[in-house]
Design a protein around this ligand. Sequence first.
Ligand code: FES
Ligand SMILES: [Fe+2]
Length: 451
Amino acid sequence: MSINVEVPSGNFKGYNLNTRMQQPPDEELTQIGPGTPCGEYLRRYWHPIAMTEQLTEFPLRIRRFGEDLVLFRDKSGQYGCLHLHCSHRNTSLEFGIIEEKGVRCCYHGWLYDVDGTIIDTPGEPETSKIKDNVAHGAYPTIEYRGLIFAYFGPPEEMPTFPFLDHMDLGPEDEMVPFLIPNPCNWLQTFENSFDPHHTVHLHTRVSGAQFTDEFAVHPEFEIFERPYGYFYTNARRIEDKVWMRFHDHLPPNFSQNGSMFPDAKKNAYFLKAGLTRWVVPVDDENNITIAWRHFIDGYDPFGFGDKSKCGYNSVDFYGQTDELEYEERQRKPGDYEAWVGQGTVNVHKAENLGETDKGVAMARRHHREQIRALQNGERMPQPTDLGLPVPLYGGDSVLTIPKSNDDDRKTVREVCHRVAAIYMEGDKYQGEDREEFIIKSLKKLEETWPN
Ligand code: FES
Ligand SMILES: [Fe+2]
């Protein structure tokens, strides 16, 4: 008796490659706990760590940069970010009582000010010096437009708060905070924004347009270096227009997109970002996306935006959380599936980077150089080295530029370079003067472009 089965032909290499994903992760870029090289690097910058709306009458327990912390606003309105465990006998201050000044531990009543000073140690004799001799860990915080920022680095190196120009665009911009937990290393979520090619497939061709149909066109991806950080253009030919999305990318973990739902067929000049975003490590295996969605008057031509959806673990564009059923996420995966799907900590050695990954490669190279420079005692450059407010470019421009019969991709790239030069030249102005200079220059470029 014989069984009639057919062995498939093919060049199967499963066995040969079965240790591929078992290689060690890139520790230099992915380990962020206290004392690690990358952890030290990230601790040289201000980071948003929570939304103001998360604070209640009770202290909020959070974990950031591998540290357990408690966050609260005392009754005098001061924000405190303290090490979680009470310096007396380590009970969690999440069960503490918020007072006029500071938070009081529930166990034996030690009272902590927002800078960690121990104000009261009830039960100890009046002569006790214990509260003067014990230091409790605390970090400085700043609340701004619904986000709470903290600085986790050495106090003597604390940089200026990074006031970026998109943090105050005027009354026509409503900035709505949101925060999304991601169960993976910070780098995976962060790198997604330096990878515009994924918008073609993940956001458009795979499961239908998650944003707009025009994202299906493969973009020309040009990266520009600034005195601090990068920006890139992600440009597409749409009929007689060149649609350019400018993305800001400020190391270590800041990025800004263009509009969320732009009209790529309508001329536009120096529009502002739809999203101002940081990716902040929780620990090596978790991070948060913490951001503002910008709702700017006249910027949502199709009416797709919905500010009521922005908040904790929720935002008004597709695929950022695990809220949908698993089958639906398999049918229409989004960014969340892409970055979480790389594994808890992505194995860089198992990847095969190509031309489309030049942004990812550049960001990794930058982090590595900075991490090593810090280890050599160098000062970490700051976005505020550019002056205040820091000028940003994130947003869309759509110019009428006739299609070239020759090499139109080259034309599109050339337009990007010319427009980027105009944006950068605009840095010498501020506010309305800058706006006026850039818009005027873009229109002139459009008018004078050879037919
Ligand atoms: S453990 Fe906090 S006061 Fe004793
Ligand atoms: Fe995306």
